[in-house]
Design a protein around this ligand. Sequence first.
Ligand code: SF4
Length: 460
Amino acid sequence: MQNNTMSLKKENQCIDDKKFAVINPCKMCQPMGAVQVLLGVKGAMPLIHGSQGCSTYMRFQLCRHFREPINVSSTSMSEGTVVYGGEGNLLKALNTIWKEYRPELIGVTSSCLTETIGDDMSLIIKKFKNSHPNEDLPPIVPISTPSYSGSHVDGYDKAVKSLVENLARPEEDNHKINVIPGIVSPADIMAIKDILKELGMESIFITDTSESLNSPLTDDVSFLPDEGTKVDEIRESANSIATISLSKHADSAGAFLQKKCGVKSISGPLPVGVRNTDQFIDYITKIKGIEVPESIQRDRGKMIDAIVDAHPYNYSRKVAIYGDPDVVTGLSRFVSELGMIPSIVCTGAESNRFVQDMENIAEENNISPVVLAGRDLYDLHQQVKCMDIELLIGNSYGARIAEAENIPILRMGFPVYDRLGAQRISILGYKAGIRMVDTITNMMLENYYDESGHEIMDFQ
Ligand code: SF4
């Protein structure tokens, strides 16, 4: 990207471009996304080929967001293995995981360290398989996730692609659609499954964390996800009618399946708000050759009714939105539907697609947001300080900005660790849209109106 601070609103250049460090990043490293994919595969064990701190960090971050026990194994690299190579550690780790846990799949992600020393994970995995010739080993999938480039969003995309590259096998057509949900909550995956059920469309989610990262409390202790997409379903994905990647930044597997197996690939947008959800429903009904069912039309109508009711309170309110690129663009279009103005949008990913999507949203709504791509929350804060932002929407990392500037914050995206219920936050589809209209509007009423319903005016 030539210029990663794209300001569509040129007069608001408040950022110190002489800053040489990232402060309060708006992204995480690649294995963080890859591990989330693997936790959605039934019986899978994620293995990070790196130092132990990497897996501790993933487990800590995922645990405090999903409030579930998270198992991520590590090859536990040390000074010696960095100098002499990590082959021995990876072989030992694979052996231990296989003997102790009998997983249905092992996903091996690399890390900064093992990418830098150049360990050939595919070759080491081959050696492991050759040393166990008579055993019924599970699929072992290498996932290259060099963490000094890209973000957790790229790691997610690479993990899904590696799964289909290694497992998908063309056989007979199955009349299903593949859904690559992207980094969304378990509740969001459930919402999409419900819509597909209403439309009578069978699906394969690659992958499905709706139960594995939002599971009931039982007496059983399970070290591997006992719910999620089955390995055989990923194999079967080569025989589907189409692949819908809800996130435009997670469509590499869809492109691969299109090229290699002739499965049509559809890329985004994330079905947030009326227009994006309409587009999703339209894809499915066209593929299925059916009319939109009455029940879905009624949900859509109720969402529009909620937007109309809320319009006087939301109209022209300035919002700053930050987080993963597809979530930010989805929410930007949604708040525009409410009559609000997405005045600043920020993502840590250096993504031209994000900038292009924001340009389209700006043109559709005749607005000029400040677009920060490949930037951090320090930059967001500087920009917030020089604009009259009335609502922040994003993950828990922005809570400090909200507090410092006395702006209400709606927590969503990943991670949300300072409030309970992140696994139940849903933004996809009409039903979730109605709840979001209520939540946002009530925040406006609480912060900008008195108890009689009159707007509090600031004449300073
Ligand atoms: S940035 Fe690198 S060292 Fe840090 S957790 Fe990620 S993979 Fe591990």
